[in-house]
Structures are given as C-alpha cells and as structure tokens.
Write a protein that binds this ligand. Structure first.
Ligand SMILES: [Zn+2]
Length: 506
C-alpha cells in the first residue's frame, strides 16, 4: 500500500501545519493552518493583507490543489453592460477529510477557504471554540462552515475511506487539543499536533503516549517547537518561564496577594485553562475579575447551553470591560465584533442593550432563545474605569491585548495606574505576540506598573520530546512545527527531515 506525505506548511517553521497524507486513493490533510512566517514574507498587518485566495496562490503560500477549495473552477464574468454571470465548471471534491489538532490559528486558520463538503474531524471542545471565534472574528480565511465540523469522541476509532483513525485528547495551551493515530492497512502513523506534559491535563498526553506504544507506530509526525535556542525576541520571556501550569498558579497567588494596586494579567486569547486558574486565584485573593468583551463572550458561551468545561467563572462572577468611546466606531461596525457594537452604542447604551446588541453578535437575532442576557452592572465602561482606578487593589483585569488595554486605562491627567502587569504569554507564534514586546514595555513604564511574569509554555520540553520518541520508538520520525528538526537525530536514526512542498514516500 502506497503511503505518502506532502508538506504544505509546518516544516522548518513553527505553525502553519498543512500536511497531505495519501494512502492509495484516500487523501486527508493533517491541519490546515495559517503560516505566519510565510505570510510575513509578502504581507504586513494591517495595510498589506491578502484579500482573496488568489493572493495566497500567487505568493505560493497555498498550494493550487484540485478539489480542495470552495468555488474552485467557477468565476464571475461581466458583460459589456456590467451584468455578472457565473462561468466555469465546479471541481469535484478531491479530499476525504481534515484531521484538526486544535483551534489555534496556526493549525485551523485557513479552513475558511476549503470546500464545505470536506469533513473536518475534531474534538467537541475545538468545535465549540471555533464556533465562538467565528462569532467574534471576521476573517474570510478562517471563517469555516460549521456544518463541515465533525466532532469525534476521544479514543473511539472511526473510518475515513480505508483509513482507521482514533482521536486522543492531549494537553496544550488551548482546550480541546487532539493527537491522532491513523491506521493505513500495513502502516500506522501518529500525529502529535501541539502538546505538552506539564499542564493540567498531563494524564491525557500520557494516554496518547500509551496508545502509541500499545498500537506500535511506524511513522511519527512529532512537534518540536521548543527545540533549539529561543529567538532574540523570546529570550526575555523564556528566562522567566515556569515549569508547569500549577507553578503558574502558585506564582499568581504570590503576586496577587502581595500587590496593593491593580493586577493586569496578559494571556493568550484562547487559553481558557489559564483563565480558569487565574480566576480561581483572583477570587481567593478577594479581587473582582474583569474580562475584555471578547474573552467574556468566550466564557459566557463556552458552557452555554451545555457544560463543556466546568470550573470557568460564570455570570455574576466577573465584569466586562467595554472599549472606550470611539466616535468613528461605526466605520468598524461591519466587522460585527462585540466590542465594536458596544463602542458604537456607547452614547445610546441602554437602548442598544435592550435591543440585544450589547450581548453578542447573536444578539442581532432578538428572539434567539440561546441568548444570554447580561445585567447592566456587569459592564465597566467610560466613567466606571475611574472606579477601578480609585480602588485598584480590588480588581484583576484579564486581557490579551496589553498595550491596547493600558491605553484605555491610563488616566488623561497623567496619574499612573499603579499595580502589577503580569505577563502570561509563552506561545511563540506570531499572532499571539502581535504587539512587540518592547513597545509593551514602554506602555507598562508609562502606566507606572511593575512587570511580573507568570507563564509556562504550551509545548513539550526537549526532555519530554526525547521520552516520547524513545518510548514510541517509531521506524520513521518526521519532525514538524520546529525550526530545528535535525535535533531529533540525537534520539533516533530514522529521522526524515521534510521540506516544503516535498513528498515523502513511505
Ligand atoms: Zn501550533
């Protein structure tokens, strides 16, 4: 049976995984993520952005594969009087499915361009996160058709044509992360996605490792994010990294209980596990939690209508910080982001709230029974910020856009904010570190805040990668999601270093 792997991303770079697995006539993709490093070569946020799929083809960022993309083969033509007509012939579907490891943009960010009839297999929690992110983020590359998402329970085998696939939960810095074991007749593959052995769900990662050992793996596609030295930008943050998620909680307890001023905690946007830990500690220290509107939205709807991840703060346990007034906000409202709806409605706050606009994008459907109605006193806006600044030690502000938050909270009379700014981001992929760290430091200084660190990485330490490789002992190792693939050769003689757009016959 002919097995081959072709790499359209995730090789020689961190993130951007798009790996085509072909077994005879069955073709599936392992993830279909945004490649920030490749996009950065040609594009720059926000002024020079790709605006259609052709832009990504032209620059070689996406492969022109037949039967993969929606509307492929069709085009719109205009007659001389301007009447549009659709011409061409739609391609037939050429891909049997996508296995999605988790809901980080570097793994799912290009799903919005795929044909809606290609099923995307993922964990139930990943499906929920993608659904919620669809609501708060307008992005043609990422906005996936929800009907294509097929949630699969963990450790239960399912079939894609002649492949037998099992999904395992693994520990990572976003909830719902998966690894997969794929049986293709005489060969068995394992795909780690992104994972670690030092978070709150270590048992899940161990279960995947045991399954690999008992199944016997021929080909292991293994992430190696943390191999090699950190880049210049990462060094400062790396030097403060803690060993585990529980050490983060300990560190937070120490900082929060000794701080007399405001605490601002800056974390990756989708790390709800961290939201849970920080919230718990803040509560123990008697601090009122404040989330920005996007994170509040994730929190409110993650467990609504059904509980998917217990222990998150619930309605009544936190407040929501709204964007401050932007007179030009209406220009941005086409994006439909919750905070822009808030900002736009600022002057007519109560009326908009009654219309359901302030609740969420779903609020547009006034009679939606799924809508969570929020009491007025949950919102922190305009003059209410003053209340926080008067009694800063009573609050903890949780955000992932640090400089932006500081800009809003810094009083215009030149008073400092006073308190601690706790940096809790460790993920080395670009979007989560969009704001340059040096610029953030200037803002922290301007606000008179102390800088503290409380974070741990979402990825395996080199010693854990070594253990994984030695214990699974596959015939072939394919290093992915790393800038230092050759370091795998220290642990195995069967390392195949993949190259971009190259096909590995196995
Ligand atoms: Zn990743």
């Amino acid at each position: 049976m002919a097995v081959s792997l072709t790499f359209y991303g995730g090789v020689g770079e961190i993130g951007g995984n798009k790996i085509l697995l072909e077994v005879d006539n069955t073709r599936i993709f392992l993830d279909f993520g945004t490649s920030f490093s490749r996009e950065d070569e040609y594009f720059e946020f926000p002024l020079l952005r790709p605006s259609c799929i052709e832009d990504l083809f032209k620059t070689g960022i996406l492969p022109r594969l037949c039967g993969l993309y929606k509307n492929a083969g069709l085009s719109v033509n205009y007659s001389s009087d301007g009447t549009p007509s659709v011409c061409g012939e739609e391609e037939t579907c050429g891909i049997d499915g996508v296995l999605l490891s988790h809901a980080h943009v570097d793994h799912y960010g290009y799903l919005g361009m795929l044909r809606p009839d290609i099923p995307i297999y993922l964990s139930p929690i990943s499906r929920k996160i993608i659904e919620l992110k669809n609501d708060i983020r307008e992005d043609w590359q990422t906005r996936v058709n929800l009907d294509a998402l097929v949630p699969v329970e963990k450790a239960r085998e399912f079939e894609i044509e002649n492949l037998k696939v099992t999904r395992y939960d693994v520990d990572h810095s976003v909830l719902g992360a998966s690894a997969f074991i794929i049986k293709a007749d005489d060969k068995t593959l394992a795909y780690t996605g992104d994972m670690r052995f030092h978070g709150n769900a270590v048992a899940d990662s161990e279960e995947f490792l045991s399954a690999c050992k008992s199944t016997g793996i021929d080909i292991l596609l293994c992430e190696g994010t943390r191999l090699g030295p950190p880049s210049e930008d990462e060094k400062e943050v790396e030097s403060h990294a803690l060993a585990s998620e529980s050490a983060v909680e300990q560190q937070c307890l120490e900082i929060f209980s000794n701080e007399e001023g405001l605490i601002i905690y800056d974390a990756s946007p989708a790390d709800m596990n961290r939201m849970r830990s920080v919230s718990r500690v803040a509560k123990d220290c008697g601090r009122t939690l404040i989330f920005d509107s996007k994170k509040a939205y994730l929190l409110l709807y993650m467990n609504h209508p059904e509980i998917l991840y217990p222990g998150l703060p619930v309605l009544g346990e936190f407040k929501v910080a709204l964007s401050r007034l932007k007179l030009y906000a209406s220009r941005y409202s086409k994006y439909g982001l919750p905070q822009d709806l808030y900002a736009e409605s600022y002057t007519d706050y109560r009326q908009a709230h009654e219309a359901g606009l302030l609740v969420s994008q779903r609020g547009k459907q006034k009679d939606n029974p799924d809508l969570i109605c929020l009491p007025d006193d949950i919102f922190i806006w305009g003059p209410l910020r003053e209340e926080i600044l008067r009694e800063p030690r009573r609050y903890l502000l949780y955000t992932s856009s640090g400089a932006h938050t500081l800009l809003h909270f810094l009083p215009s009379d030149g008073r400092p904010v006073l308190g601690a700014y706790v940096y809790g981001k460790a993920e080395p992929f670009k979007e989560e570190m969009e704001l340059s760290f040096r610029r953030l430091l200037k803002w922290i200084e301007l606000c008179g805040l102390k800088l503290e660190y409380a974070h741990t990485s979402g990825h395996m330490y080199p010693r854990d990668i070594e253990r994984l490789v030695l214990e699974i002992d596959p015939k072939v190792i394919v290093p992915i999601h790393t800038e230092h693939p050759s370091l795998f050769c220290n642990w195995s003689g069967g390392v195949h270093i993949p190259r971009f757009e190259e096909t590995l016959e196995l």
